[in-house]
Design a binder for this molecule. Structure first.
Ligand SMILES: NC(=O)c1ccc[n+]([C@@H]2O[C@H](COP(=O)([O-])OP(=O)(O)OC[C@H]3O[C@@H](n4cnc5c(N)ncnc54)[C@H](O)[C@@H]3O)[C@@H](O)[C@H]2O)c1
Length: 589
């Protein structure tokens, strides 16, 4: 094997080959760069030894398989060479022309490009039929996926050889044709760029954007931490190429901040500073800097009002979960529904859920009884006259929520925080239905509320600092991570998640790949807990379409327009698991 360029990706690819018993010639442009590559490789293998994942003897054997060399001439004898130099077409074309000259005639020439055209790279050689894309994911030794990119001239033998190689390396490959961003990056980079845009617009802090996506979607890293891992220079080039090659979708036009950061040398982990600051260049360890929020409850409670008694209005899934969360955290709770029958049902549901906690050993019987004892069941809003916080979780209809908030305004004592759990309506609309918009805020819990660790705290332009501080302090006492954001459609999580899901539907609609391969790509290449089609079927296609429509209506971004296939499936009654069929048929499983 030959590997050209030992940066973020190249050094990892060398490790993957050598770990699997292949001899590697590892090539860099200069002695200094070669040394950096060597340090990266030994650092990574030493960590594996320290973690007990690799024996010392195995590490020594692995390192002995790698021949570090300066200059492409060292590659004259390899069977396959993979190039991992910076994402510039002219540079890659120059290297391929040179490889064509140096390598033996039967050698396969592969590129690890993320977004450039493999076809355009291949025509710089006299053997385009032996040129192929082998796109590893970062970090290469960890991520299971490899995208194998076949151009219209890549020969079938070469594709088969590379697929066999992937299998030998213990990777899962998806073979696809040559399109900007292939599967994973085409779906990932619009999302990453959008997250950078949110940060740039001060819509939310870096910590809150990242926490929202980790805790709200179960992603292994937040988008800004991931940008730092990818490298901001590489990310910029990928976005720039995707913008030009992928139909000038504005969502791929690199956020202006990226260019500034790259120019300033803030490249992410590799330079020791990007969106976050790292212990030293190349280190994964984040250290505090001037933007790190002060830790501890003292900071959270700054200006917060005391809350002891909480009213929860509603009788659905969210209200039920929220009642349980507050009661378990020691708050006195008044549940208000539209009738005794509904109250009885909610009470039953809360009991069932608490009992489950007891059976699983997560809650003692005493604590369960105490939690139940703290809840008062009522069918009259008047009982909310002396609560300190009201959480509204009624049906998602603006007119109903507005009427409710107008009533709360009349009933509740002054200084009460009035919160709505809406997931799609503007909080400011609800706030303006009262005479006290400064006390109104969004508390967007996730389903199921007792389990999901995230709450989006939605501040309108009228919300007071005191109200925000109170909401943050309350979330902390509930054991939830509260992330603060502005009052825009989709808040943080849905605004970043649903356009990605919609893009996956478009990709399927364009027959670029299959639902299975797209799901694999996101799970194995990016560490998502579920692929986009699995998730769409769980969330419900109708719900997803409604959210996507809202986002499109608010931002008028053409790229956010709901995918026609999504609309058709909803019209056809294919709503996902709940109707037995969505992108997949669930009746036969
Ligand atoms: N960073 C990621 O997360 C990621 C993931 C998958 C694929 N990729 C792709 O992998 C490729 C490399 O990206 P990276 O992030 O590793 O970049 P990088 O900047 O970390 O590393 C590039 C390396 O190439 C070396 N180099 C430059 N010119 C060279 C030459 N003429 N000969 C030999 N070596 C040379 C540089 O010294 C550097 O060490 C790009 O095409 C990128 O799109 C990146």
């Amino acid at each position: 094997m030959g590997v050209v360029g030992l940066g973020t990706m190249g050094a990892g690819i060398v490790e993957v080959f050598a770990r699997n018993g292949l001899d590697v010639t590892a090539v860099e442009i200069s002695e200094a760069a070669l040394e950096r590559g060597r340090v990266t490789l030994t650092g990574s293998t030493d960590r594996a030894v320290a973690k007990g994942k690799l024996a010392e003897a195995e590490r020594d054997a692995l390192l002995a398989r790698v021949d570090f060399r300066v200059g492409l001439d060292a590659l004259h004898d390899v069977d396959l060479v993979i190039e991992a130099v910076p994402e510039h077409l002219d540079l890659k074309q120059r290297i391929f022309a040179e490889l064509d000259r140096v390598c033996k005639p039967e050698a396969i020439l592969a590129t690890n490009t993320s977004s450039l055209s493999v076809t355009e790279i291949s025509v710089a050689t006299s053997r385009p039929n032996q040129v192929i894309g082998i796109h590893f994911f970062n970090p290469a030794p960890v991520m299971k996926l490899v995208e194998v990119v076949r151009t219209v001239v890549t020969s079938a033998d070469v594709v088969a050889d590379v697929e066999a190689l992937c299998e030998r390396l213990g990777k899962v490959d998806v073979t696809i044709s040559d399109r900007a961003g292939f599967i994973a990056n085409a779906l990932l980079f619009g999302y990453l760029n959008h997250a950078v845009g949110m940060f740039e617009a001060r819509y939310a802090t870096r910590e809150d954007i990242d926490a929202a996506m980790k805790l709200g979607c179960g992603l292994p890293m937040g988008p800004l931490a991931l940008m730092d891992l990818i490298g901001l220079d590489t990310a910029y080039e990928i976005l720039d190429t995707m913008y030009r090659r992928g139909g000038r979708d504005r969502r791929h036009a690199p956020a202006p901040l990226l260019k500034q950061m790259v120019t300033a040398g803030l490249l992410g982990r590799k330079s020791g500073r990007g969106f976050y600051t790292y212990e030293r260049p190349g280190s994964p360890k984040v250290v505090p800097d001037e933007y790190t929020p002060p830790a501890g409850d003292a900071a959270l409670a700054d200006g917060a009002r005391a809350i002891a008694k909480v009213g929860v209005v509603g009788s659905g899934t969210m209200a039920t979960g929220i009642i349980e969360v507050f009661a378990k955290a020691g708050y006195e709770v008044i549940s208000v529904t539209r009738g005794a029958e509904k109250s009885a049902k909610v009470c039953e549901a809360v009991k069932t859920s608490l009992n489950k906690g007891v059976v699983r050993g997560k809650l003692s019987e005493t604590d369960r009884d105490a939690a139940l004892g703290r809840i008062t069941w009522s069918a009259t809003l008047d009982h909310l006259a002396d609560v300190d916080l009201v959480v509204e979780a009624v049906i998602e209809e603006l007119s109903i929520k507005k009427a409710l908030f107008a009533s709360l305004d009349e009933i509740c004592k002054p200084g009460v925080v009035l919160a709505t759990t809406t997931s799609s309506l503007p909080v400011i609309d609800v706030a303006m239905a009262t005479q006290r918009p400064a006390d109104v805020i969004g508390l967007h819990f996730f389903n199921p509320a007792p389990i999901m660790p995230l709450v989006e705290i939605v501040r309108t332009i009228r919300t007071s600092a005191e109200t925000s501080a109170t909401a943050r302090a309350v979330c902390a006492t509930l054991g939830k991570t509260g992330v603060v954001c502005g009052d825009r459609s989709g808040f943080i999580v849905n605004a970043l998640l649903f356009p990605y899901l919609n893009d996956a539907v478009r990709m399927l609609e364009a027959s670029y790949s299959t639902a299975d391969d797209i799901d694999y790509a996101m799970k194995l290449g990016c560490g998502y807990p579920m692929g986009p089609f699995e998730l769409l079927d769980v969330v419900g296609l109708d719900v997803s379409l409604a959210i996507q429509r809202e986002l499109y209506l608010e931002l008028r971004e053409p790229g956010f327009a709901p995918a026609p296939l999504l609309e058709h499936l909803v019209t056809a009654g294919y709503l996902g698991r709940k109707s037995g069929r969505g992108f997949r048929d669930h009746t036969r499983r």
